[in-house]
Ligand binder design. Sequence first.
Ligand SMILES: Nc1ncnc2c1ncn2[C@@H]1O[C@H](COP(=O)(O)OP(=O)(O)O)[C@@H](O)[C@H]1O
Ligand SMILES: Nc1ccn([C@@H]2O[C@H](COP(=O)(O)O)[C@@H](O)[C@H]2O)c(=O)n1
Length: 504
Amino acid sequence: MLNPPSSAMALSGGKRRARTTSSSGTAAEGPVVRYGSRTIYTAGRPPWYDSHGQLKEPFVIGLSGGSASGKTTVARRIIEALDVQWVSLLSLDSFYKVLSPEQHKAASNNEYNFDHPDAFDFDLVAETLQRLKEGKNVEVPIYNFSTHSREKLKKTIYGANVVIFEGILAFCNTEAREAMDMKVFVDTDSDIRLARRLRRDISDRGRDIDGVIKQYEKFVKPAYDHYIEPTMTFADIIVPRGGENNIGVNLIVNLVHQQLKKRGFKLRSKLKQAAHIGQPMPNTLHVLEPTQQIKGLHTFIRNRETNRDEFIFYSNRLMRLLIEFALSLMPHKSVSVNTPQGFCYEGKRLDTTRLCGVSILRAGECLEPALSEVCKHIRLGKILIQTNLDTGEPELHYLRLPKDIKENHIMLMDATVATGAAAMMAIRVLLDHDVPEENILLVSLLMAESGVHSVAYAFPKVRLVTTAVDPDVNDQFHILPGIGNFGNRYFGTESKHSYNPQSA
Ligand SMILES: Nc1ncnc2c1ncn2[C@@H]1O[C@H](COP(=O)(O)OP(=O)(O)O)[C@@H](O)[C@H]1O
Ligand SMILES: Nc1ccn([C@@H]2O[C@H](COP(=O)(O)O)[C@@H](O)[C@H]2O)c(=O)n1
């Protein structure tokens, strides 16, 4: 499972590993999932949009077949062999309708038809697939086969590069079918399916032998003949025998790889390209006036000889000025107050109830105290984005956003904006949580020209607020002349590694 409620995502480190999320509760129970000798990490989502800020739709694989044909096994084999970052597994089981007490009684006597299309909420299936295609997160019910009911807790699945949707009637619904880029039917002999189902239902689903056979004869077999097998005609690929069919699985994996390659994912180097040179700065950019005082503070924090105490002191001062400046750009309403002398003063008031701060970890967190000092009780969220040292691309590792964020104005804080890749990812996260673009203010001590252009190009309504804009970014994506690694200087840490384009 990836996201506990309230949009908090599991955190894990690691390089060049596939990540999965699952709705069925079987494929990915925690941040780490083991398939034989392989370890799958469920965090570290790479960009799911392009340099225009537009979403790249995930590649959706539909997997259908009879009960116990091996759909889940094939799905896991595909995930394992794909070795693609961020794959979501969605199961039709999650969409079983909630039973009435009478239906529940029938189910306990193996007299409820769980294999009929009416047993599923296909409207919710279509809505869920649509949201995933839009890169949005979804809350999916967790189904319990022993109690025939949904668990109290839901699972959150985030949009992904590849989404696998599996289920007996996955191809029955037109809207669901239309959301699929590839349809795979797992075709396993009916005797084998019955034998597997007997074993599984007795050991995993709390059933007895007579009950399984009764349900199979009355509902499962007729439904296969009537509803499931006919949908085989929709399949692009038919995989006989299921998960043991290596050639079938490899064929699917190769086709998906070809499709993903077409979509491309080298975002950061694309952003650094010099297309912006000579372009005027966007009018969404607000730079603090370079007074002597501001330049004086920059002189301290840019100087490599400045020790840590002084670096913290002077950058804190600059951050406070930056936050005050950013607040002046937030909406204020008109208010009138009476002075002690009894005069009316027509003033302005900032509505702090509809304002949140979101910091991009780790360095963006340094701006939080300045914001909390000037906006008492402000609600704060955090987004952890780290650079994958193999690819140089940003990856989303952790997310905790204030509740009802969509109704708020957001001060999105990071210490620096170089290529703009991390800022774009954070903005994309906010947009995916339905925050209006014009409500986002990206606040950063220092920005590079290319970062400003990239963010402004992709998100023209986001306002950018900074204390200075530097002209360049080097091959390691550091700002030039810059202030060095802000986080390391502020926290007194050393970065052992950084992205090296030569070894990528
Ligand atoms: N090739 C296989 N050989 C033996 N058992 C298998 C094989 N494939 C799947 N199974 C077992 O059969 C049961 C159903 O498989 P599963 O992949 O969950 O099917 P489905 O998702 O279609 O219901 C599971 O208990 C699984 O371990
Ligand atoms: N409460 C339930 C719900 C469903 N079933 C059976 O599960 C089968 C679908 O799951 P697979 O993993 O086999 O695809 C389906 O054939 C239902 O009969 C159930 O027994 N109890």
